[in-house]
Design a protein around this ligand. Structure first.
Ligand code: AMP
Length: 506
């Protein structure tokens, strides 16, 4: 019986002998290995009592076996639930208690600590999966049959739950269906022209939508292959570009780190046809520098855990620095006034709302939160503020929670950040609102200076005076060596707000 997304992958798979994954240690997994290996794990899951719809949670390091487990879940009708490797046992306790998985898979090294947590949360089975083809799940799979009768799944059945990074409150489990994932990956294969000839440099984590779905599902549906790296490694990535890689998907940090490498040249990237960036804003300056150094224009796209990918710069045509491109085929994007919910004309900044087959099924066991984030006509309220220009390009100006309201005026941080970043002696900046006794919030700039020629606080403010309305000017400019970022390269503004929370206290 067809297991929707897996069935689609199997039908589009190239010859079983073709390599899908190659690791730096030289481990290779062919498409045939994917089919047999995922069947073995699916048999183990079934033996552990996993029924269709049951959750299988995991917190493991990146490895090809974790991918086999993902495919096994699709085939067994289970809901794959990957957890960030940075989560502490206390956080894991919350996720397991909330999702109530039938099986929890952790690293052999963390078993001792996490088994008790899992038991406390009522999880029936704890298995382990290591990075060296080790762990109880891998061993059990070795002894299991390589034949598995896939569980029938339809497009609305859940394939995965991904907890959002959640900057405030408890993180929410986004429920993604087979149809959500399949439709988005098929769209991306076409839009970004992926074929069997493609070899992707995969250095993203696989507990997040970018590395797991955007990269993995797209390559699987294209029948391509991947160099599978544990993490960002500019030296190795440049070597792989010389060894037949054709594409890379990364967060902006990948691009800035590669730009800092003297080996990045036209020559070094000549086998590459596509560089994709997303998950956090790519500075227009990075975009331009990349083109100057390599001759390639980075293709920036916009998506989120709840919606998969929403917009993308075009494959042919202008890839505009600072823009996230056009709505993908089948996806509707509109900009609304957050208060009145009225759609806004082109060029005006408002809430980005999205509708399409890519948009998730709601938050796990949170019907009220789900209802609050959808309009009655089915549009999802992304929480991102942005605009659409005359040509139809979408721009993101930031999360609505990061909007600064000072003396009753709205200040979009990106507007101030762009001006500061353009100053000589500045690497980058983050603008936040900090509680202020007179203004409600005070516009506050946190700046990473260059080693040489950095301006001081007064000079930054003086330089901005000519460029920005008075209410947008930072009340304070603070200097730091680096901005706090998460694994996906997103600046943690909530953390900055906490750090500087008392700045204007009298
Ligand atoms: P996540 O759910 O972790 O993938 O985070 C999704 C959020 O990342 C979005 O709601 C945006 O705020 C941000 N994001 C994703 N792609 C971009 C992009 N290309 N430019 C700016 N922000 C982005």
């Amino acid at each position: 019986m067809p297991a929707y997304l897996y069935d689609l992958m199997a039908r589009r798979a190239p010859s079983p002998a073709k390599v899908f994954i190659e690791t730096p240690e030289g481990r290779k997994l062919t498409y045939g290995d994917l089919h047999a290996g995922s069947a073995r794990i699916a048999n183990v899951l079934r033996a552990r009592g996993v029924e269709p719809g049951d959750r299988v949670a995991l917190q493991v390091e990146k490895s090809p076996d974790a991918i086999l487990l993902y495919l096994a879940c699709l085939r067994a009708g289970a809901v794959f639930l990957p957890l960030n490797t940075a989560y502490t046992p206390a956080e894991i306790e919350y996720f397991l208690g909330d999702a109530k998985p039938r099986v929890f898979v952790c690293d052999p090294a963390t078993r001792e600590k996490l088994a008790a947590v899992a038991q406390g949360a009522g999880v029936a089975h704890v298995e382990t999966l290591g990075v060296r083809e080790d762990g109880s799940l891998v061993e059990a799979a070795r002894a299991a049959s390589a034949d598995f009768a896939d569980v029938a799944r339809g497009e609305d059945d859940l394939a995965a739950i991904l907890y959002t990074s959640g900057t405030t409150g408890r993180s929410k489990g986004a429920m993604l269906s087979h149809g959500n994932l399949a439709s988005n990956a098929l769209t991306l294969v076409d839009y970004w022209r992926f074929t069997e000839k493609d070899v992707l440099i995969h250095a993203l984590p696989i507990y997040h939508t970018h590395g797991l779905f955007v990269a993995m599902n797209t390559l699987l549906l294209a029948g391509g292959s991947m160099f599978f790296l544990p993490k960002l490694d500019p030296d190795l990535m440049l070597q792989l570009m010389g060894r037949g890689a054709t594409t890379m998907m990364g967060v902006p940090t990948f691009y800035t780190r590669l730009l800092a490498h003297p080996g990045l040249t036209h020559e070094a990237t000549k086998t590459m046809r596509l560089f994709v960036s997303g998950s956090a804003p790519l500075l227009a300056e990075t975009h331009r520098e990349w083109t100057a150094r390599t001759g390639h224009a980075i293709l920036e796209r916009y998506g989120m855990t709840e919606t998969n990918m929403n917009t993308s710069n075009p494959y042919d045509g202008d890839r505009v620095p600072g823009a996230v491109g056009f709505p993908l085929p089948g996806v509707s994007v509109r900009i609304t006034n957050p208060e009145t919910t009225q759609e806004l004309p082109r060029g005006e900044i408002g809430m980005i709302e999205v509708k399409g087959p890519n948009v998730f099924k709601g938050y796990w066991q949170m019907p009220e939160k789900t209802a609050a984030e959808f309009r009655t006509d089915g549009f999802f309220i992304t929480g991102d503020l942005g605009k659409i220009d005359e040509r139809g390009y979408v721009y993101i100006v930031g999360r609505d929670k990061d909007l600064v309201i000072t003396g009753g005026f709205n200040v979009y941080p990106i507007e101030v950040e762009t001006e500061i970043d353009a100053l000589a002696g500045v690497v980058e900046s983050a603008v936040i609102g900090v509680s202020h006794p007179d203004f409600g919030e005070g516009v506050t700039a946190v700046v990473v200076p260059k080693k040489d020629g950095a301006p001081d606080e007064k000079q930054v403010i003086a330089a901005l005076e000519a460029r920005l309305a008075k209410f947008k000017l930072p009340k304070r400019v603070l200097f730091v060596n680096e901005l706090p970022r998460n694994a996906m390269g997103k600046v943690q503004k909530a953390e900055l707000r906490k750090t500087y929370g008392d700045l204007y206290k009298k």
